[in-house]
Design a protein around this ligand. Structure first.
Ligand code: NDP
Length: 337
């Protein structure tokens, strides 16, 4: 049984030394427990937060403990009345091949799910995050302009496509020409701007001739700086993530933007609201699932995975996620289907 543990806490961007691959004997389930074999492991930006022990909405991973993470796993041995050998489940078993569970954290996915890994992406946490943040806080109306960054990732891609269904003009922000082309040609965005471009702020302004009514905040940093002057009166900002800051060890140098931000909130009467998906919206998962199943079946929403094979490659893939090296939802194939 291989597992990847947190070897040390990163200062700034994570490095390979922060992770350690260990081998352990295979655990055996006791009465009321199951043994799980991970097939897919989800890698997500929030894991950077868990590697640090600063104040947060969730407990950090302890030094020497297995890195946390959602998996799609199969039951390989069961002493639990509700689960049988061969069942597929959504689990929280972390960065390892095998794990024991008492069933309380498992969501059954049946015996032959069509696309099991979707439970980690478009039909799971990131898709649900896109749906609730956009619809409950962003409140899109036909004809409005929405801007979202990390536009080809599982949250951003889904936000933009749902906003298109709701009749918005959708402008993505992504890293590089290939991702931008994909957002327009495959995801159906009206425009997508490369945040690496030297004239990024001017290009964004040109793509938003009517200003911005909804800025779905995934990244912060210079993208937020470019968005701020373009916001319309009564604009809404669901604050979902700030990935540009996750590796920061100090405030960015430069002018203090607080006065500008607060006066813009006042004068433009902005709604700025943060949310943590399961803390705030867990009971509304069925509503999301019904809509998303329908949109996928009707091919109104496309979904792209970036699949990396092999548990040992998880640290490298995760470090890449924080720098935009992934293209689509990052999933590690840990074991065979
Ligand atoms: P993605 O798969 O989209 O991966 C993150 C992407 O962020 C990268 O691929 C990169 O895309 C972009 N990025 C990284 N650094 C920067 C930067 N400095 N400036 C601009 N873009 C950057 O991730 P997810 O879709 O899973 O998550 C998107 C956001 O949603 C994250 O901030 C995450 O923390 C947040 N989130 C929040 C939840 C909540 O409950 N509030 C739940 C789930 C996610 P590119 O190359 O295109 O720049």
């Amino acid at each position: 049984n291989r597992r990847i543990v947190l070897a040390s806490r990163p200062h700034g961007a994570p490095t390979p030394e922060n992770f350690r691959l260990e081998e352990q004997a295979l655990p055996t389930p006791a009465q009321g427990e199951v043994l799980l074999r991970a097939v897919y492991l989800s890698l997500d930006p929030y894991m950077r937060g868990r590697m640090s022990d600063g104040p947060s909405y969730a407990e950090p991973v302890a030094l020497g403990a297995v890195m946390v993470g959602a998996t799609v796993s199969r039951v390989v041995a069961s002493k639990h009345e509700k689960f049988a050998e061969g069942d597929w489940v959504l689990a929280n078993s972390g960065w390892q091949d095998y794990a024991i569970s008492d069933g309380s954290d498992l969501m059954p996915l049946g015996t032959a799910p069509k696309a099991p890994s979707y439970a980690l992406g478009i039909l799971g946490m990131p898709g649900f995050t896109a749906y609730m943040g956009l619809l409950d806080i962003g409140k899109p109306k036909e004809g409005e302009t929405l801007v979202v960054a990390a536009a080809t990732g599982p949250v951003g891609a889904t936000v933009g496509q749902i906003a298109k269904i709701k009749g918005c003009r959708v402008v993505g922000v992504a890293g590089g020409a290939e991702k931008c082309r994909y957002a327009v040609e495959v995801q159906g965005f009206d425009a997508c701007i490369d945040h690496h471009a030297h004239d990024f702020a001017e290009q964004l302004a040109q793509a938003c001739p009517q200003g911005i009514d909804i800025y779905y905040e995934n990244v912060g940093g210079k993208v937020f700086d470019a968005v701020l002057p373009l916001l319309n009166t009564k604009a809404r900002i669901p604050v979902c993530g700030l990935i540009a800051n996750y590796n920061a060890t100090a405030l960015q140098p430069g002018p203090d933007r607080l006065a500008l931000l607060m006066s813009t909130i006042l004068v433009k009467r902005l709604t700025v609201q943060g949310f943590i998906i399961f803390d705030d919206y867990a009971p509304r998962y069925p509503e999301f699932n019904a809509d998303m199943q329908k949109w996928l079946a009707n091919e109104q929403i496309t979904y792209r995975e970036d699949r990396v094979v092999g548990l040992a490659n998880a640290p490298e893939a995760f470090m890449g996620l924080l720098q935009g090296r992934n293209f689509g939802k990052l999933v590690i194939q840990v074991g065979p289907e």
